[in-house]
Write a protein that binds this ligand. Structure first.
Ligand SMILES: [Zn+2]
Length: 611
């Protein structure tokens, strides 16, 4: 049974699954030790009930009411999940003497609260192992809230992760981190007030917690499909899935419980091939391949499949169907984009042409609450062919502000464009109104009527979005047009993660901060002795480029002795903190001052909807 939007509201299985096994809803608010709120699920669950209001797409409203459910749930005998305590889920597997925790959320505070909720009902069982399904922060950041580095070092706790986990966990946000952080503020709607006219979730989960982010180096690395491991009496069989939703990711099967964990590769949404905050494009072809392999290896002998977001699916037949729908979704988008691209269509054209098969449209889990058909198709085009569509009229266009000035002049001036855009808005052509008003705002950032109308246009686009992140993007843009730039509400690179960067990553982090033109005339050669890393590097700054080489005997003007903490401080551009952490120098000290005089850190407050 479908409603007039074609949505299968008659299918209510997700509501039963999202409630199944509830033991205790727990506390919706988690605070840090200063008493500050780092998580407040009640700010969503309080209003997400009943029918969708006019300000929310009914399909997104449904998804958000499901995702906002929280508590401790029994998944199957000996397997539990705490959901709604962060963006992601924490799963608990009971062993002979203790527990294995899968994916300890983003923050130590939410992870500790989730574990406490579990222990309240299942006893004070010790954590004997932690599994990180993949290298994204919502699957490892809370680790020190449930285990200590000391217990890991003493061999009391194993940290299990897929090959490449550490490298990707710490590198993903380093190079483009400032830009991703600012854009993530739009994508997750962190600045929006929560309610039917504001933020109500990001489709995958409600939002990100804002507590303490940590990381522990894994002690066990999984490298091959078919690899088996028994921890505390719990048997596990692994399937590697690198290059899918994350560059390092794995699935695993519990044969004694007939349970399958699909990490983040099969959830109740079309996921992102390219997140709106910006990232490297993910490969839907490989993604579909690993889903097929999971069906072949495990689905037929599973009674439940669970993931690190959303609710589980029970019943072998349902599991096979669910995984097949997810697989078909990514494969269809990939194959059809390639078919159309080879007919000469460009990304924006293919995004309009592709329609999902009716059977996928009728499956809630194939709907785009986090990823969307539109932006995923453009990502596939980008993956194969890049930003340029082959038409040289689009090869060397003016940048946005220059283009905007010319468009607005050709179209009769700002006031005329705003008057026409108002008619488009009233006629319901919101996409066109947004495009032309964007030109006015970029040509004339002080044009109050243009900004006000564009804010209204974005608001309506947000209210009409089925996709949670699109809604957040539009409503965040409207908010900035009305009340100004909100900067980066939630920073991501924690001190604990930065402290895990190796020297070469830190030199890379420094190199991308060099202000090229300012450094054109500098010629520096510095030796860095790193006692904590038992290594020595020679860096040069020449032609505005900082390069490094290990163990070079070539001459230098200055030698630095840099303990690990001082190196971390230097990579952040903080010379004073580096000295405070034991940095010592010998030679021409002016070289260090010269190097740091040309460092330009990123700006977390850069403009997006204004020039
Ligand atoms: Zn995640």
């Amino acid at each position: 049974m479908a409603d007039r939007m074609g949505l299968p509201f008659g299918d209510t299985a997700d509501f039963a699954d999202a409630e199944r096994g509830l033991i205790d809803a727990g506390d919706p608010v988690v605070r840090n030790d200063k008493g500050e709120v780092v998580w407040d699920n009640g700010s969503y669950s309080g209003f997400l009930t009943g029918a969708a209001p006019d300000t929310v797409h009914p399909s997104l409203w449904r998804q958000s009411t499901l995702v906002a459910r929280q508590g401790l749930f029994e998944v199957t005998d000996g397997i539990y999940q705490v959901r709604g305590y962060d963006l992601s889920n924490m799963s608990v597997i009971e062993g002979d003497t203790g527990i294995i925790v899968i994916d300890p959320l983003i923050s130590t505070e939410t992870a500790a609260a989730a574990l406490a909720l579990y222990r309240k009902h299942r006893g004070d069982r010790p954590v004997v192992a932690v599994i990180h399904t993949h290298s994204h922060v919502d699957h490892f950041g809370g680790v020190k809230g449930i285990v200590s580095q000391g217990d890991v070092d003493a061999g009391k706790v194993q940290i299990i992760a897929p090959e490449g986990f550490m490298e990707h966990a710490i590198s993903e946000n380093v190079y483009a981190g400032t830009a991703m952080g600012r854009r993530a503020g739009y994508m997750y709607g962190a600045a929006l007030s929560r309610g039917p006219e504001g933020g109500l979730g990001a489709g995958l989960g409600q939002t990100t917690s804002t507590g303490t982010v940590t990381l522990i180096t894994p002690t066990v690395t999984i490298t091959a499909t078919g690899e088996e491991l028994t921890v505390d009496g719990v048997r596990m069989i692994f399937q590697m899935a690198p290059g899918t939703e994350a560059p390092a990711e794995m699935h695993f099967y519990f044969p004694d419980r007939r349970a399958l964990c699909m990490a983040e590769n099969a959830t109740h949404t079309l996921h992102n091939l390219l997140t709106l905050r910006g990232a490297l494009v993910r490969d839907p072809h490989i993604w579909a391949h690993y889903l097929t392999e999971a069906i072949e290896l495990f689905a037929g002998k599973s009674d439940v499949v669970f993931a690190s977001h959303h609710w589980p699916t029970w019943g072998t037949e349902n599991i096979v169907e669910f995984l097949a729908v997810q697989r078909d979704l990514y494969a269809y988008l990939h194959d059809q984009t390639l078919r159309l691209l080879n007919l000469g269509y460009t990304g924006p054209e293919i995004a309009e042409l592709i329609q999902l098969p009716p059977a996928l449209e009728q499956s809630w889990s194939a709907h785009g609450y986090y990823g969307s058909v539109s932006h995923n198709v453009k990502a596939i085009y980008q993956q194969y062919l890049g930003w340029y569509d082959g038409n040289p009229a689009r090869l060397w266009q003016h940048p946005p502000q220059e283009k905007a000035k010319r468009y607005v002049e050709f179209m009769g001036g700002a006031d005329e464009v705003v008057a026409k855009a108002r008619r488009s808005f009233e006629a319901g052509d919101l996409r066109w109104a947004a495009e032309v008003l964007d030109h006015v705002v970029f040509a004339d950032p002080d044009h109050a009527a243009a900004k006000a109308l564009l804010a209204d246009v974005f608001t309506q686009l947000g209210y009409g979005s089925e996709n949670g992140t699109w809604r957040c993007e539009f409503l965040s843009a409207a908010m900035e047009l009305r009340t100004g730039n909100f900067g980066t509400p939630a920073a991501t690179a924690s001190a604990d993660i930065v402290s895990h960067l190796n020297p070469e990553m830190l030199f890379d982090a420094l190199a991308i901060q060099v202000d090229g033109p300012k450094a054109w005339d500098l010629d520096l050669a510095i030796r860095w002795d790193l006692p904590d890393h038992d290594a020595s590097y020679r860096t040069t700054l020449h032609n505005g480029v900082l390069t490094y080489v290990k163990d070079s005997s070539r001459p230098v003007g200055l030698t630095l002795t840099v303990p690990a903490a001082a190196l971390t401080a230097l990579a952040g551009g903080n010379l004073a903190a580096a000295r405070g952490n034991g940095l010592t120098t010998s030679g021409d000290e002016s070289q260090l001052a010269s190097l740091f005089s040309v460092m330009q850190p990123g700006n977390p407050d850069f403009n997006i909807i204004e020039p």
